[in-house]
Design a protein around this ligand. Structure first.
Ligand code: LMR
Length: 355
């Protein structure tokens, strides 16, 4: 290995700048057991592998905490040769910008809500269908089922590799006007939504209005009463203090919010195999931890909301959830006709009925 390195260095003397990464790659190749050469702190950004990971939520959310943990572990495991730089809170790019930034290679990794990826593969709006899932495991089963794999392959064709799915649990409804118990209680209100036709239809079906805004705008919109309400997970509501701006929350668990952790495919293909392996195994490990964390944080935030005496809490029981689901049936019909019945038929509540 030493002779080989010397001969490489001699041949590349005048092209040292180009050769440094190659030599490092060879060194990495020699370290099958993951023992990376030490002291990469001394290397410049050009000599290290830098992965810019941008997201739109706070650092103390399930996504924010997982992104940081992933970055720390990758740094440890490659002795600093691979550096994941995490930019939270829409600091680099906000909704509507981050997917383009990823495709153009301005950042290498993002973890957008699945709803936002429907900009590229609209069929993924299936995850937005209201009351389609009862727990995160059902969503994961769907993503890894044959129809889910087919849709992931479509993302890959757009230049996106999906590393894993991160969880943020189920969305709840908040508003400033009145308790929402029955579907008709939402009529006439204006809600902020993520960009998704299915979410738009969901609110229209309730006689409400839906407007698409970036996540980082929600606080101000509520503060200035430009909208009446919004739907989000407890961790997104509490981490942004939205519960202090709203008078009513319905623990409806009506829609799922999870993330695809994605990386620019071309960038991925250019990484040494050993680096790909460290990234994927670390990501898998962090994902397992993240699933647990998301559930714990959301449960903890529910307790905070119940205790804060700052917002009126309404719960839906099973019977009421079923009434909401029936009322929202036209949204399923819209989706099935536009994007294909097979995606709806594979949802757990319909699949189980067929079996
Ligand atoms: C939202 O826009 O409400 C969420 O997707 C934000 C996030 O990334 O959790």
């Amino acid at each position: 290995m030493t002779t080989m390195l010397q001969s490489w260095l001699n041949r590349c003397k005048h092209l040292l700048a180009i050769c440094v990464p190659v030599v490092l790659t060879l060194m990495l190749g020699a370290c099958h057991s993951g023992h990376y050469p030490q002291d990469h702190e001394q290397l410049s950004e050009d000599e290290r592998i830098v992965i810019r990971f941008s997201h739109v939520v706070g650092e103390e959310t399930p996504k924010g905490l997982a992104a940081r943990r992933f970055a720390e572990l990758v740094k440890q495991r490659t002795s600093g040769y691979v550096e994941v730089q995490v930019f939270s809170n829409s600091y680099l790019y906000k909704d509507g910008e981050e997917i383009d930034a990823l495709l153009q290679g301005d950042v290498q990794m993002i973890a957008p809500a699945i709803s936002k990826l429907s900009e590229l593969v609209p069929e993924w709006q299936v995850i937005d269908l209201p009351f389609a899932f009862n727990e995160t495991e059902e969503v994961l089963d769907y993503v890894f089922s044959p129809v889910g794999q087919e849709l992931l392959a479509r993302l890959e064709k757009k230049g996106i590799k999906t590393l894993d799915v991160w969880d943020n649990g189920f969305k709840q409804l908040t508003n400033s006007q009145r308790p929402i118990q029955k579907p008709e209680d939402a009529a006439g209100l204006r809600f902020r939504i993520m960009p998704s036709e299915v979410l738009d239809r969901q609110f229209r079906q309730l006689g409400a209005q839906a407007e698409v805004y970036a996540f980082n705008e929600v606080f101000q919109l509520l503060e200035h009463e430009q909208i009446d309400g919004q739907e989000n997970t407890l961790s997104n509501i509490v981490s942004r203090n939205l519960h202090y701006l709203q008078n009513y929350i319905t623990i409806s668990n009506h829609g799922y919010l999870g993330y695809f952790v994605i990386i620019n495919q071309e960038f991925w293909d250019g990484l040494p195999e050993e680096v790909q392996e460290v990234i994927q195994t670390t990501m898998d490990e962090v994902t397992e931890w993240q699933l647990q964390l998301a559930q714990e944080l959301n449960a903890q935030h529910l307790e905070e909301i119940e205790a804060c005496q700052c917002i009126h809490v309404t719960y839906l029981d099973e019977e009421e959830r079923e009434q909401w689901f029936q009322r929202l049936q036209p949204v399923y019909q819209f989706y099935a006709e536009k994007y294909g019945h097979q995606y709806v038929d594979s949802l757990p509540r319909f699949k189980d009925a067929d079996e």
